[in-house]
Write a protein that binds this ligand. Sequence first.
Ligand code: NAP
Length: 281
Amino acid sequence: MKRREKNLTINNETKLFAILGYPIKHSFSPLMQNAWFKKENLNCAYMSFETEPKKLKKTIEAVKVLGFCGINITIPHKTSIMKFLDHTDKASKFIGSVNTIVIKNGRLCGYNTDHLGFSADLISKNVKIKEKTVFIFGAGGAARAVIYSAKSGGAKKIYLANRTYKTAAKLAKEFKIEAIRADDIPEKIAKSDLIINASACGMKKTDTLPFKINILKEDAVIYDLIYNKPTPFMKAAKEHKIKFYTGEGMLINQGACGFKIWTGIYPDVKSAIKLLNKFMR
Ligand code: NAP
């Protein structure tokens, strides 16, 4: 990747990147990725394009024609994008979604960095997953990435619960893990080392914690993928002095993993966390 001349902004050599989603206005990615390009002195620019589902195919053709080098994909296109790609990596196939694309010589190669970002954040926080018992809430796209990460990280046992049990049962079968019915949550969660909220529980004010916090092991760790509001998981963990992390580290590290795929450089995660906190204020 060519370095940018000092004080130069965009020119004919600028490499283009973007994120496609619908809606997209709330996305932190342009701020974060452009800050990293600047910090690494790379002649690159990152934009966001609001892309209605029915316009996804045309938008992908357009970014290809315009010579974009890389694209991030967010809600609701992470799965539907896959049919337009020339290649997807092993993890994307398992997880069933792509959030990072490299465009080279007219070919589109898709990756999933959600699981990489989650794993990288656990490592940075020294939260061990190898040989541990992990309890995951949720059975949507984020849960799939987290299950993949827990499996590839060598978890001893993975339990999965979801608001709709049927969806958890289907996903558990696919990933060869154990689906847990609401009545059985207490018994299994009491044995768990790492409890992960990969569901949208907590996005609504009326949401409640799906278990009693006092049954957790004293040294259990809770990780809530939600990073932009105080959730029941966060509040209960604070009250009962349980170690707790939000998903901000996952969000930043998934972006950092994409940046590394595009540029070969793992960018400064700490500065991005500061930027995210400012952005959310
Ligand atoms: P998704 O595919 O739409 O799945 C949503 C999941 O949450 C489903 O399992 C759904 O259960 C469950 N759910 C929805 N509302 C609920 C509620 N009120 N109470 C309990 N469960 C509820 O979404 P996703 O992409 O997996 O995202 C899940 C969460 O993770 C979101 O809050 C998202 O913001 C967060 N996330 C964070 C990061 C990060 O980098 N930190 C990355 C991805 C996602 P049903 O099957 O019953 O509908």
